[in-house]
Design a protein around this ligand. Structure first.
Ligand code: ATP
Ligand code: MG
Length: 291
């Protein structure tokens, strides 16, 4: 057995076992039978992993627990149900014959290529009874060892303790490049942390000399940070200092300093505005002549 495998096996063996793969399971969603020792734990949101064999190579699959279902087939029987309604409890059925079935959605699979872990897919459904463990930072670090300098952390896995590893590749080609530009939208209610998240993603991209970042800042919140008026409450981010350390030249230009330096630019803006429409000049060619 090679050193890498011993290592990951050791890490997994020290992690908590929460259950086994149950039925029915598919490659997109697995059912887990939860161990008696883990039924009272908060499991929804937790990152879990299991080892399986595919093409005679060891594989490791990571995923999140999305739902827990409790079943007690005895209590689903109409006679038992009416007993439970009359007495409140049916001994020794109530609470004793409960089974907890979790749903787990797989998010990443790695194959063990003897000297490194390679991204792979879940191309089979592992046998029922395959043990499932809670993922830890150490296990994630080991699986993602070769990507260490590419990974960026925005925070913890939602509802869990490990840090969520994310990739923000620059838009160019070559090493660490995505080869195309990505559009990202951040949505949420007021005060939910959209601006802070946007700033953190900005820093993730700022690590690359290949990336220039242009911020349109109608509320002035980015320029305030840049001008070192960092609010101390909440989640302060010293953007200017971090960007300087990343060798980015930071320039903030106020709208007041944007000047029109050519007359055709002025004509263009006049045509785009509603000025002539308000004067009841509606046709395109008349607008052009008026400009
Ligand atoms: N991860 C975080 N940890 C701790 N505090 C945070 C975190 N993210 C945001 N905050 C704090 O929560 C408050 C609201 O955050 P932010 O301004 O980013 O929200 P927003 O969604 O952009 O709000 P708005 O809709 O008003 O623009 C700020 O004080 C911010 O510092
Ligand atoms: Mg905001």
């Amino acid at each position: 057995m090679n050193e890498q495998r011993t290592n990951i096996e050791q890490l997994i063996s020290t992690s908590e076992r929460i259950g086994t793969i149950g039925s029915p399971s598919s490659t997109s969603e697995l059912s887990l039978d939860i161990l008696g020792t883990a039924v009272s734990k908060k499991l929804v949101g937790e990152l879990a992993l299991f080892k399986f064999s595919q093409d005679s190579k060891p594989h490791y699959a990571l995923g999140q627990i999305t739902e827990i279902q409790l079943r007690n087939i005895w209590l689903e029987d109409p006679t038992m149900r009416s007993l439970a309604r009359q007495r409140g409890q049916v001994n020794p059925v109530s609470g004793q014959q409960d089974t907890h079935l979790d749903q787990m959605t797989i998010s990443a699979v790695f194959s063990d290529e003897s000297n490194r872990f390679e991204p792979s897919i879940l191309g089979t459904v592992p046998a029922t009874g395959t043990p499932i463990y809670l993922a830890t930072d150490q296990i994630l670090d080991k699986l993602l060892e070769r990507y260490r300098d590419e990974i960026f952390y925005l925070g913890h896995v939602y509802g869990s303790t490990p840090k969520l590893p994310l990739w923000f590749k620059h838009f160019g080609t070559g090493p660490h490049g995505a080869g195309e530009a990505y559009h990202i939208g951040i949505f949420g209610k007021t005060g939910s942390g959209k601006s802070v998240l946007a700033k953190m993603i900005l820093l993730a991209y700022a690590r690359y000399p290949e990336m220039a970042i242009f911020v349109i800042d109608p509320q002035g919140e980015f320029s305030k940070d840049i001008n070192e008026q960092i609010p101390m409450e909440g989640f302060p981010l010293d953007l200017r200092n971090i960007l300087n350390r990343l060798n980015k030249n930071v320039v903030s230009i106020s709208v007041r300093n944007l000047v029109l330096d050519r007359w055709d630019l002025f004509e263009h803006i006049l045509a785009q505005s509603e000025f002539f429409e308000r004067l009841a000049i509606h046709t395109m060619d008349k607008e052009k002549i008026s400009c």
